[in-house]
Write a protein that binds this ligand. Structure first.
Ligand code: SF4
Length: 474
């Protein structure tokens, strides 16, 4: 599995906040995604009804997951393919390697796959003498830079044009070093020319899957570049990487969820390419692979079933919660320290890696609720982050000062009169001490805040006192 640094979220976040190039890149992308999603949702009157329907489809699947997975496998086999059930990352990597070796593969092309990242597949293949080539442009760029993706649908969102040009000059050393690479079309043309020959040379093509369809045994990918189609039709062997919650009962169910996916992700009505694959090439087919394999990964997901985290398995990786999250907007994806960033990562990463490794992530939230309000699958992300915070507290994983502070707060919150009295004293004291400047530059127990900004001084009264006064006046 990919090495995680989620336990170092605070250090990672500080590094991200001090990186001017990253801050500029994060500032550029946000409004684009947010506005486009809002316009796409407004253009479709039934958008919210579709979100309800999408949620209900996935809830039904999760209640009957064994049935639909077995049905999916039976249909894949009927179409001439094979399903490999993998309990963890090790099993998935081994299964892929075995298929590649049996095919005598030297080069594999890859479409974008978060499961590939989760199981650190590229490193494993390279260690065994097989060259993996990412074919999604963003993934290709970060592969050259030896970095993980920083966004679910825009993996190189943190990189600017100059950094891409530097990566291309270093990797494509046989080309004229003086060639102009200052503009996006030049970068695009160079990547396209490089990848074209790799598509043709590949023995195995590996893609992810947005959906697995139980009634037909089909897998579905959506892309905007068409690289997925070339990856899965040109080589002799096609391997699909998918986690088990990707299954849906029917083609119609997949279509329903597709209608909210692209609108939530990029604001498009539909992605440019939506490709359905069913088994290997049949006798009359003009193209397609000779072998079709589906790697079905659990890796901790079945443990989430029947728990307060089951709803997270409805996620379709659209990235809307990232785009709307003020914390993600400030620190980007790498700070989260593993494959899944933003609010969805703050719930999924502790579920898969444990709260001991990833306990910081659910704490990295303002609980503003924007993530839940835009999620097409209506996943209650803040509620689940709160559950993780409770687990962290129960297991004494939070710092002692935070635990004692919470205990004190809980003691007072259960005694309203005492709470009001203590709050009035605290507000009065802070108001008196802060009156001269109107703000604090440093304050005991609030160093995390005042290290980066001033804390406005309270005016001397609590909200409850001000509210009571207003009611008396009116
Ligand atoms: S949690 Fe919701 S908004 Fe976030 S990636 Fe998943 S489906 Fe999209």
């Amino acid at each position: 599995m990919q090495t995680a640094t989620s336990h170092r979220f605070k250090e990672n976040a500080r590094t991200a906040l001090d990186d001017p190039a990253l801050q500029k890149a994060l500032g550029n992308f946000q409004e684009n995604f947010i506005d486009r999603r809002a316009r796409a949702a407004a253009r479709l009157p039934e958008f919210d009804a579709l979100r309800d329907a999408a949620r209900d489809i996935k809830d039904h699947v999760l209640e009957n997951l064994d049935f639909y997975l077995e049905r999916f496998e039976a249909k894949v086999v009927e179409a001439g393919g094979q399903v490999h059930w993998c309990t963890d990352a090790d099993a998935a990597r081994s299964a892929v390697l075995e298929i590649c070796r049996a095919a005598g593969a030297r080069t594999v092309t890859k479409g974008k796959s978060m499961i590939g990242e989760e199981i650190a597949l590229n490193e494993h293949l390279a260690a065994h003498g097989i060259e993996p080539v990412e074919t999604d442009l963003g993934e290709y760029i970060i592969q050259l830079r030896h970095e993980p993706p920083s966004h679910l649908i825009a993996p190189a969102i943190h990189v600017n044009k100059d950094q891409i040009a530097d990566a291309f000059r270093a990797a494509h050393a046989d080309l004229d070093p003086a060639r102009p690479l200052g503009e996006a079309p030049a970068l695009l043309a160079e990547a396209r020319a490089r990848l074209r020959s790799r598509f043709l040379a590949a023995d195995v093509g590996i893609t992810g899957a947005n959906f697995l369809i139980a009634e037909t045994g089909s897998t579905v990918i959506v892309t905007n570049e068409g690289n997925g189609d070339l990856t899965q039709t040109l080589p002799r062997v096609h391997i699909v990487l998918a986690s088990l919650e990707k299954v849906v009962p029917t083609l119609e169910d997949a279509s329903t969820i597709l209608r909210v996916l692209a609108r939530s992700a990029t604001g498009q009505e539909f992605s440019v390419y939506t490709t359905f694959s069913t088994g290997p090439r049949r006798p009359n087919d003009l193209d397609g692979p000779e072998q079709f394999h589906v790697i079905l990964l659990d890796n901790g997901r079945s443990r989430m079933l029947g728990t307060e985290f089951q709803d997270m398995l409805r996620c379709i990786r659209c990235g809307a919660c990232l785009n709307h999250c003020p914390v993600y907007q400030a620190v980007g994806g790498h700070a989260y320290g593993w494959v899944y960033p933003g609010p969805m990562g703050a719930v999924l990463t502790p579920s898969l890696l444990g709260v001991g490794e990833a306990g910081h992530l659910p704490n990295a939230s303002t609980f503003c609720g924007r993530c839940e309000s835009v999620c097409p699958m209506r996943i209650p992300l803040p509620k689940m982050m709160r559950h993780w915070r409770e687990r962290e507290f129960e297991r004494h994983l939070a710092p002692a000062a935070a635990r004692h502070g919470l205990r004190l707060w809980a003691f007072l919150a259960r005694r309203p009169a005492l709470y009001r009295f203590a709050a009035a004293i605290a507000a009065g004291l802070l108001g008196a001490f802060g009156r001269r400047r109107g703000r604090f530059r440093s304050l005991p127990l609030a160093g995390g805040w005042t290290a980066h900004r001033d804390l406005p001084a309270p005016e001397g009264r609590t909200f409850q006192q001000l509210w009571a006064k207003r009611r008396r006046v009116s």
